[in-house]
Design a protein around this ligand. Structure first.
Ligand SMILES: Nc1nc2c(c(=O)[nH]1)N[C@H]1C(S)=C(S)[C@@H](COP(=O)(O)O)O[C@H]1N2
Ligand SMILES: [Mo]
Length: 220
């Protein structure tokens, strides 16, 4: 009879299918590159909904020739590769960026703590200000006190996606409770300074040095 061998064949195929299915089984994996839009009951904005108003447009940093420098009033100046920065403990938080030009974006940020990077270099006496230098020549600053006491992030992911070039790859400062111009993108250098009145790119144009969202955006 012809029926017997075909039943046998079907049986073999069935067993094989089940076995390969079992072999392919893996525990739950995070889908890298999928943007998170709902998080803990909160609706997030999209990575693609930002306005692009950077001083020189998007910057394209070659990560193989990239270093993050920690310098100035520190005991041990450091130069970290991208991977060395990412080897630090990761943290996430939902923070909204408010630009002085009247738009905002609520995003789930992931990054390392600036205080971990700064403590790794060791703070020298007299340091008051953290100056952030960027690939496009942009600078801004935050007080050392604010950076060390508020778990301020240096982000490398937004909504679970690696920062795209337009959004500051490899790193953007998440300066929560501060105006958007304090959120330096394409960070290349973190400099500790003794100057409490340092004026960066926007601050030189009259914008507030402390950049607090709840006080005037202009320096008196
Ligand atoms: N390096 C760099 N960082 C920057 C800027 C810039 O021009 N260059 N613009 C700032 C401003 S004004 C804002 S509001 C935020 C967010 O800008 P985006 O929408 O262009 O990402 O980035 C800030 N960081
Ligand atoms: Mo801005």
């Amino acid at each position: 009879m012809k029926l017997k061998p075909s039943i046998g064949l079907i049986a073999i195929i069935l067993v094989a299918t089940i076995l390969t299915g079992c072999l392919n089984y893996s525990p739950v994996k995070e889908l890298e590159g999928i943007e998170v839009r709902d998080y803990n009951g909160e609706r997030l904005d999209s990575v693609n909904n930002f306005r692009e108003n950077s001083i020189k447009g998007p910057q394209y940093v070659d990560i193989n020739n990239y270093n993050l420098e920690i310098t100035g009033l520190v005991n041990n100046p450091r130069k970290y590769s991208y991977d060395e920065v990412l080897a630090h403990q990761a943290y996430t938080k939902v923070v909204t960026l408010y630009c002085v030009e009247g738009w905002d974006a609520k995003i789930l940020w992931q990054g390392v703590l600036l205080k971990d990077l700064i403590n790794g270099a060791g703070i020298k006496q007299g340091a008051l200000t953290v100056i952030f230098h960027a690939y496009d020549g942009y600078t801004s600053s935050l007080s050392l006190d604010y950076v060390m006491n508020n778990n301020i992030l240096l982000a490398y992911k937004m909504n679970n996606v690696t920062l795209p070039p337009e959004r500051g790859f490899p790193f953007q400062v998440v300066a929560e409770d501060k105006w958007g111009y304090k959120w330096v993108k394409w960070v290349t250098k973190i400099e500790l300074s003794g100057d409490p009145y340092y004026k960066g790119t926007w601050e030189s144009g009259g914008y507030s040095i402390n950049g607090d969202l709840n006080s005037s955006m202009f320096e008196k």
